[in-house]
Design a protein around this ligand. Structure first.
Ligand code: AMP
Ligand code: GLY
Length: 424
């Protein structure tokens, strides 16, 4: 089967590498892909948000299947458009992708169906939000309703900060239309867990759990980023917690979406916080996480294409999804200065990935055959091993062999998880 993959980041590189291992995979196209993905797929320069261009390319190349991974095209209806054109797809339709596209929608869904989440109020008027925030307790969390490149949630510690954030979102519109409505949310504490799951709208099969490291600097300091590294599995996510999540969160969410006439098929991502009152939903994503996918898929033993076909066909079952018992770690190498200002265009040198290793490229382009940096997050160095300690050590050893001017990485990816394993 020839497959088209929409997107061009490290997550898509991981998806493509996993698809390549499938018995039935033929040619793989990446739209737009990137300079690193070009080693594993034919990259075609069509933007992930150019829905008409994607449909045209799928038809021209006569692909048999398409995988849509980024949030923007999913929320714009890329899957709907491809399916209408006769191309079977992995990914939710637009009316189901709203579970990520609108935080006001997902919050209402959780309230209506009793799915545990932080208490919150919704506002469409800045003055009303500010009046409410005068009496709120701090810290509190302010979230823009729509997509905001992962930057739409702001934790504020004082009323002054809250007022400033509301103005930025609702008056200055720093996130555009995404800030027309906002949520003011109770601040929760506890370990965070990412659980990606496959669902065909009936069955939910969680993948191995993972832990993201969102802040730019060691010790979880600095600005929020798209993710500076990940480990899997997440040691806080015990068997008991997993069972509780299935019963109270995963199945109820899938059933709620069905009841709303928004059946979700694809990868449903649960961003959870394990509070002292039990697991609560921090966010839903309608897609594979980045960089969670870079640690989850290297542990997948089953055939990803078969799973994706079963998700689309409504024949998913838990036996189809098997993971290796070990652990994985991804260390992101970024351009110094990310997520703010950074320079790009530097040549990258890197070794061939060894056994149990992968280098998933996110922000790099090919110029006259030379791979050069082109983004904030440049690539992820990934290793799997029998133990988390082994995976972390090997991922860092691999990262050390990758060079480009301006390279920056966190030095403590996995440290928190290793401490949790030791009971600290
Ligand atoms: P989000 O964009 O919703 O994933 O939020 C980004 C990050 O903000 C999360 O990973 C959490 O670390 C933090 N966060 C979001 N909502 C809350 C909350 N209600 N309480 C505490 N932290 C939160
Ligand atoms: N790593 C978080 C996300 O993909 O949204």
């Amino acid at each position: 089967m020839d497959i088209l993959v929409v997107g061009g980041g490290g997550r898509e590189h991981a998806v493509i590498k996993a698809l390549k291992k499938s018995r039935r995979a033929g040619k793989i196209y990446a739209l737009p892909g990137n300079g690193g993905i070009a080693k594993d797929a034919e990259c075609i320069p069509v933007k992930a948000t150019d829905i008409a261009g994607i449909v045209r390319t799928a038809r021209e190349k006569k692909v048999d299947f398409a995988v849509v991974t980024p949030d923007d095209p999913l929320c714009m209806g890329c899957v709907d458009a491809l399916e209408e054109a006769g191309v079977p797809c992995f990914g939710p339709t637009k009316n189901a992708a709203v579970i990520e596209g609108s935080k006001v929608f997902s919050k209402q869904l959780m309230k209506k169906y009793g799915i545990p989440t932080a208490a919150s109020e919704t506002f469409s008027d800045p003055d009303a939000a500010i009046a409410y925030l005068k009496t709120a307790s701090y810290p509190t969390v302010i979230k823009a309703d729509g997509l905001a490149l992962g930057k739409g949630a702001v934790i504020v510690n004082t009323f002054d900060e809250a007022q400033k954030t509301v103005r930025e979102m609702m008056v200055d519109k720093v996130f555009g239309a995404s800030g027309e409505h906002i949520l003011v949310e109770e601040f929760l504490t506890g370990p965070e867990v990412s659980v990606l799951s496959f669902t065909d709208g009936k069955t939910v099969v969680p993948m191995v759990s993972s832990m993201d490291h969102k802040r730019a600097k060691d010790g979880d300091e600095g600005l929020n980023t798209g993710g500076m590294g990940t480990v899997a599995p997440n040691p806080y996510y015990t068997k008991e917690v997993a069972e509780l999540c299935m019963e109270k969160i995963f199945l109820p969410t899938v059933r709620a979406m069905n009841a709303e006439g928004r059946t979700f098929k694809g990868c449903l991502y649960f961003g959870l916080m394990l509070t002292k009152d039990g697991p609560k939903v921090i966010e839903y994503n309608c897609r594979f996480g980045d960089p969670e996918t870079q640690v989850v898929l290297p542990l997948l033993m089953s055939d990803l294409l078969e799973i994706m076909l079963a998700v689309r066909g409504g024949t998913l079952n838990a036996d189809m999804v098997r993971f290796k018992p070990g652990a994985a770690c991804c260390v992101v190498l970024a351009s110094e200065g990310y997520p703010k200002h950074y320079e790009t265009g530097f040549p990258i040198t890197m070794p061939e990935a060894g056994a149990n290793e992968d280098i998933f490229v996110a922000g790099a382009k090919l110029e006259d055959g030379v791979l050069k940096t082109s983004g904030g997050r440049v690539l992820g160095a990934v290793a799997t091993a029998d133990t988390l300690q082994g995976a972390v050590a090997q991922a860092y050893a691999l990262a050390e062999k990758i060079h480009f001017e301006n390279a920056y990485m966190r030095r403590d990816i996995g440290r928190r998880a290793l401490m949790a394993l030791k009971g600290e």
